[in-house]
Design a binder for this molecule. Structure first.
Ligand code: SF4
Length: 262
């Protein structure tokens, strides 16, 4: 029996679940639709789950006498090539489509300027040759070239993320304990990244790899607007009741995490 209805009149149920994260089993509950749901529609639940993992890691860092340096107003890392899963790209594209025209146009122009700047810096050609993802050395070099191009994420405003509640999982997972100024050039300075016991983004990429047979299963965020014009709906790839989709995601997250630790 459904527990309740949400504001849109959809029947919802409370689902208890657990996820092995490092040494512990994370227990949580979520309100999920009883009816047909796509993986993309489940993103707010996954974002909350990622926040819990990140908070836990932050607490552990504090207990070890360290401090997470990442703060609003420091957007140094937002000049890196941010990966976005196809499901997050679908959600962000839909959100951009719902914006008032003036705001949407402003954002689309920023994406266009970012693409032009990457082209002028000679990075676009390498980015478009998608086979770089097959080679770790080329991937690292591309990430360095991208960062050195100094092209800010189009969602960065006054050095803060303007889509903070919806930002991709990959952005949530990037945490450092070294001084923020070192992030201005991570290829030249030793930045102390925080190791997460599990990165939920990897499960989304694994679904993306499976459905597109692409080596990455994600797109660089700077391609969001161009990708959105295709009108793709990857979330349909993993659909069912909310409970079924969450179970499929959690199983994939546990598998990906286990193989990452092999
Ligand atoms: S989405 Fe937000 S956090 Fe991620 S790179 Fe862009 S501005 Fe930074």
């Amino acid at each position: 029996m459904p527990d309740t209805q949400n504001d849109a009149g959809l029947a919802m149920e409370t689902v208890q679940f657990s996820l092995p994260v490092g040494e512990i089993s994370l227990r949580a509950s979520a309100q999920l639709p009883v009816g047909r749901t796509t993986l993309t529609q489940l993103l707010p639940i996954l974002q909350n789950l990622e926040n819990v993992i990140v908070d836990k890691v932050g607490e552990e860092a504090r207990s070890a006498g360290k401090r997470i340096s990442c703060r609003a107003g420091c957007g140094a890392c937002c000049r890196q090539m941010a990966p976005v899963s196809l499901f997050e790209a679908e959600a962000l594209s839909a959100w951009m489509g719902s914006l008032p025209e003036v705001r949407r146009t402003e954002l689309e122009q920023r994406f266009q300027r970012a693409l032009s700047a990457l082209r002028d810096a000679g990075v676009m050609e390498k980015l478009l040759a998608g086979d770089w993802a097959l080679d770790e050395e080329r991937t690292t070099q591309l990430a360095i070239d991208y960062f050195h191009a100094g092209v800010a994420c189009p969602f960065l405003e006054e050095e803060s993320c303007s889509i903070h509640p919806m930002r991709p999982l990959s952005c949530r997972e990037y945490l450092v304990t070294s001084p923020p100024e070192l992030c201005r050039d991570p290829s030249a300075h030793e930045v102390s990244g925080v190791r997460l016991p599990m990165k939920l983004s990897r499960a989304l990429y694994a679904f993306g790899q499976e459905m597109t047979e692409d080596a990455r299963g994600w797109i660089p965020l700077v391609f969001l607007v161009a990708w959105g014009r295709r009108g793709a709906t990857p979330g349909e790839y993993v659909a069912g009741s909310g409970r079924e989709v969450l179970r499929a995601f959690l199983e994939r997250a546990a598998t990906v995490s286990a193989s990452a630790n092999d």
